[in-house]
Design a binder for this molecule. Structure first.
Ligand SMILES: Nc1ncnc2c1ncn2[C@@H]1O[C@H](COP(=O)(O)OP(=O)(O)OP(=O)(O)O)[C@@H](O)[C@H]1O
Length: 250
């Protein structure tokens, strides 16, 4: 379905965030549609993470409101899941227990937990480490646990903040394709923050380009290419160059 015909999933209205006197988000207004895959790009330190932290209520907003499904955003109410930049597996649980953790809290029946966790272990290539603890593993493996844990939750809103920043390139390419597959399979709405413009053009249906701090949406760009995308396609390169020029600071 065309993006503009879909219902609204997230509505950001006059969102402003200050830390003391430091204005970080400056009266932002935009919408994200249901089942949309949006990438947010922008200069370093412009406020991308701050936006996500407002959405998940980690931070209070200074002014304005964020709505999910027409109600004020509330992580307790909405079925959302997030993957942060820094891996954050629970250190006292094994890999398998980490994957099961959120599902148990949500009281998903055990046979369904087993089914989903088995699938995710295979998908993420974690078969050899199911009984290991996070401290025994590399940062990149730990991040795979976190990503797997969010996928297993089958959230209808998946928020990802530079999730692949720590990955080696092979794992990154693999997981970029996986997130697309899961997005299609689950019909989730995905908000994916990245520094990597090529990654944004590879993944997104629409890219929000933020300005320098204080952040505002400088431009919204629809990437009108079918998935899976070819990074050598001249149209792909055109999008990549266009976005690079928009956020150039040199
Ligand atoms: N808790 C906080 N207290 C004070 N200032 C903060 C806080 N969190 C973020 N900031 C400031 O807000 C600005 C935006 O930070 P933020 O991490 O949101 O940017 P970003 O675009 O995600 O950065 P990056 O590209 O490095 O990931 C920065 O100047 C940062 O120093």
């Amino acid at each position: 379905m065309e993006i503009k015909e879909r219902e609204t999933k997230i509505k950001v209205e006059n969102l402003t965030k200050k830390f003391g006197d430091l204005l970080v988000l400056d009266n932002m207004n935009f919408e994200i549609k249901k089942n949309e895959f949006v990438c947010v790009v922008g200069p370093t330190g412009c406020g991308k993470t701050t936006f996500l932290n407002c959405l998940t209520k980690i931070y209070d907003t200074t002014a304005g409101e964020i709505y999910i499904d027409n109600e004020p955003a509330d992580p307790r109410k909405h079925n959302l899941s997030f993957v942060f930049q820094e891996p954050s597996a629970l250190p006292w649980l094994t890999v398998k227990e980490n994957l099961e953790y959120g599902l148990k809290i949500k009281r998903v029946p055990q046979d369904e937990i087993d089914r989903r966790v088995t699938k995710i272990i295979k998908l993420m290539g974690l078969q050899d480490v199911t009984d290991s603890y996070p401290r025994e593993l590399s940062v990149s493996v730990e991040q795979r646990i976190i990503i797997g844990r969010s996928f297993a939750m089958q959230p209808d809103l998946l928020l990802m903040d530079e999730p692949y920043g720590q990955m080696d390139i092979k794992m990154r390419f693999y997981l970029e394709d996986e997130v697309i597959r899961l997005w299609k399979e689950l019909g989730s709405t995905v908000v994916f923050i990245t520094h990597n413009i090529e990654e944004a053009v590879y993944l997104a249906e629409r890219v929000l380009i933020l300005s320098n701090k204080p952040a505002n949406v400088k431009e919204e760009l629809i990437i009108d290419l079918p998935h899976p995308r070819d990074i050598t396609d001249p149209k792909f390169i055109e999008y990549r160059n266009y976005i690079t020029n928009k956020i150039k600071w040199w």
